[in-house]
Design a protein around this ligand. Structure first.
Ligand code: PBG
Length: 321
């Protein structure tokens, strides 16, 4: 008989044998930014998360930094009447995200800024690429994604993170950054699945597609090896960091990515639906919120993620988990 229970006798012993511990420096904390001043708009589908105008974001960041979280991911949320067919609001040098990046960098130069690079936040149709009729056109989308990345990088973003799932998007971004002497790195949303767990985000970002779905560009979760092939192609194109998204239902992909590409930093995105699910279950007294988050985030790290994008980051540290 092998005696395993000796590793579990009391809390100190269990701590001693724990292989994985999630910490503040693992987190990338998402922010939704809106125009205006003094805006704090609670997002009902993401309990505890709000959209902030830049001035309020700067105030909130003081707390985030004090908690030891030094990485943030920015999403711009613009009014519908500023959106058009081609997402022009996304690649103006003075876009909402660019203005936010500049002000954050001025006040908190130590913060590492990631920006989401996609068309869906800026197009009137809410799709991640350009449309030809009802069809997403991959290749004409690439220069626009590249332009968004360039203005973000010029504003001071440390990482640009293309999430449109267009083929060739990493190469397009790397090329334009290099041609313009920009040192921003690329975090590739490489294995991004067409998921039912993005619902609350689309509400938060106002980026739901006005027709159809994203299955022609985001990955089909019934594939087993394509995620690894997508990651390999992104690394080939020059991705500096890679990502698997969502996280909890894709631990197998996270694990395989971390084993196959150990030299490339790997992020996992605990997406809005994963967050909302635990929140709703806890609100119904079905489980303990803090412990359920602790367990999920630990599992994501145990699978091999080096960094975790999560809406729970601040609470995690606040509660001393
Ligand atoms: C698209 C984007 C989405 C998310 C991050 N970037 C939505 C989508 O692809 O439909 C989802 C994040 C989440 O659900 O928390 N730019």
């Amino acid at each position: 008989m092998k005696r395993f229970r000796q590793f579990r006798t009391d809390a100190a012993t269990r701590d001693k044998y724990a292989d994985v511990q999630v910490k503040a420096s693992d987190f990338i904390y998402p922010y939704f930014i809106v125009d205006g001043e003094n805006e704090i708009q609670p997002i009902h589908s993401l309990k505890g998360i709000s959209r902030f105008s830049i001035d309020q974001l700067l105030i909130d960041l003081e707390e985030t930094i004090a908690l030891g979280i030094d990485k943030i991911l920015l999403f711009g949320v613009i009014e519908n009447d500023l959106k058009d067919e081609v997402g022009s609001a996304g690649y103006e040098p003075d876009s909402l995200v660019c203005r936010a990046v500049r002000q954050i960098k001025k006040q908190f130069p130590q913060i590492i800024i990631f920006t989401d690079v996609c068309l869906c936040e800026y197009t009137s149709h809410g799709h991640c690429g350009l449309l030809q009729g009802q069809v997403i056109d991959n290749d004409s989308t690439l220069p626009l994604l590249a332009k968004i990345a360039l203005v973000h990088a010029q504003a001071g973003a440390d990482f640009v993170a293309p999430s449109a799932m267009m083929d060739g998007q990493i190469e397009a971004l790397k090329n334009i950054l290099k041609a313009n002497n920009q040192t921003a790195k690329v975090l590739a949303y490489s294995a991004k699945y067409s998921s039912n767990f993005y619902g609350p985000f689309r509400d938060a970002a106002g980026s739901a597609p006005s027709f159809g779905d994203r299955k022609s560009y985001q990955m089909d979760y019934r594939t087993k090896h394509q995620g690894l092939e997508e990651i390999a192609a992104d690394i080939e194109e020059g991705a500096d960091w890679i990502m698997v998204k969502p996280a909890l239902a894709y631990l197998d992909i996270i694990q395989r990515a971390s084993v196959t590409f150990p030299e490339v930093p790997l992020a996992a995105y605990q997406v809005s639906g994963e967050f909302a699910m635990i929140k709703a279950a806890a609100a119904a007294n079905l489980l303990n919120e803090e412990l359920a988050f602790l367990e999920s985030l630990t599992a994501i790290k145990r699978a091999g993620a080096n960094f975790i994008i999560t809406y729970y980051a601040k609470d995690f540290v606040r509660k001393g988990l």
